[in-house]
Design a protein around this ligand. Structure first.
Ligand code: ADP
Length: 161
């Protein structure tokens, strides 16, 4: 039986903490689908859905069992649609736990057959988030240990100068 796992998120933009979780999950499960959430309120995202999908896809091009797709609506419903029986989440700091715990319980209620599996971040990425990356790039800091070069290029193309 092929086990499909879904790794959902906004990935606005993808960074090395996300990639570490995706690659590790792809080694545990047969097929990993990265679900890029099409935020309905576009004011909250910096990059378009297409850009976020393209940046993530390019970063995982060497992993044949990882595919990157966009979705909208409830994450568990999307998981069901693509035949995923596992939902992957990354855990960074203790403060993530409360939110993730509630989300996992809510998802359990809606779809008891889909298991949430949380992977603990690599300690190097513990404080890494998309908003931290944005703040550093916008203030001309050096994010090379945080994002792949093609993501930095995308920032420069979108925000020249
Ligand atoms: P959201 O779920 O709010 O859209 P993100 O797109 O940033 O947030 O994150 C998607 C997933 O990646 C979540 O499971 C989140 O916990 C995980 N994640 C984010 N940053 C890291 C990190 N530095 N290390 C490990 N996991 C992370």
């Amino acid at each position: 039986m092929i086990i499909t796992a879904l790794f959902p998120g906004s990935f606005d933009p993808v960074h090395y903490g996300h990639l570490d979780i995706a690659v590790r999950a792809s080694k545990i499960f047969d097929r990993l689908v990265v679900g890029v959430y099409a935020a309905p309120d576009k004011r909250n995202v910096t990059f378009s859905l297409e850009e976020r999908i393209e940046m993530f896809s390019r970063a995982v091009g060497d992993y044949p069992n990882i595919e990157v797709v966009g979705y909208s609506g409830l994450t568990v419903q999307f998981a069901e649609k693509i035949g995923a029986s596992v939902m992957i989440r990354g855990l960074r700091v203790f403060s993530d736990f409360d939110y993730e715990f509630k989300m996992a319980l809510a998802n359990q209620e809606i779809h008891p057959d889909i298991e949430t599996v949380s992977l603990i971040t690599h300690h190097r990425f513990m404080f890494l988030s998309s908003s931290t990356v944005k703040e550093i790039v916008m203030n001309h800091g050096d994010p090379r240990n945080m994002i792949p070069p093609h993501v930095l290029e995308r920032f420069h193309a979108k925000f020249p100068g």
